[in-house]
Design a protein around this ligand. Sequence first.
Ligand code: ZN
Length: 220
Amino acid sequence: MTLIIGALTLTLTVLIGTFLGDLGSAAATRARAQLAADAASLAAVAEGAPYGDGEALLVARTYAEANGAELIECNCVAGSEAVQVEVDVDGVRASARAVLDPSLFGPAALGVTGGLDPRVADAVETLVRAGGGAIRVVSGWRSPAQQSVLWSAALERYGSPEAADDWVAPPGSSMHERGLAVDLGGDLELAARLVAELGLPLYRPLGNEPWHFELVGSRG
Ligand SMILES: [Zn+2]
């Protein structure tokens, strides 16, 4: 996925280069902003695919900046199949929305449960199988380094540790780092129903993160 999107960004950058010379500067800035918005939204929505890392905000910013724009807004939620971004180039705003069809990416890879507590891995593999392609793992185990990157991005976005803490756990305190949590994508209501029906040891402790499933009893 990274390779595909990397190639896409390169293509978009080359396109900008070829027609900048033919347009007036206002039109060129508008075109550049739109292309940056397109690239950022595509890269971000791909994070919700089975092979993404679930770091939509981070890649939206990276790809906006790689195309010469500043990311203003990203309506990008882990596990979501649609992303909307707004970018700015020299005061010119552009927005883009990208929608993913997860069925094109094949079944959720069971290999993404590496690093998880075996109880969580077993439950998630059972759940993904029972979902018949409608449920996938967006983010499982994270290294402390990966959690630090997410935390830095959240600090920048939300402005203070108190606000960032509502969305991302500070490094060292995430259940993902302990292998006790997964973020799921796809049909989350089906996932919750199957967890109950199959008696799997998972629950959703965070009201503002319906995609975050944790091992029952993980919080003491
Ligand atoms: Zn989570």
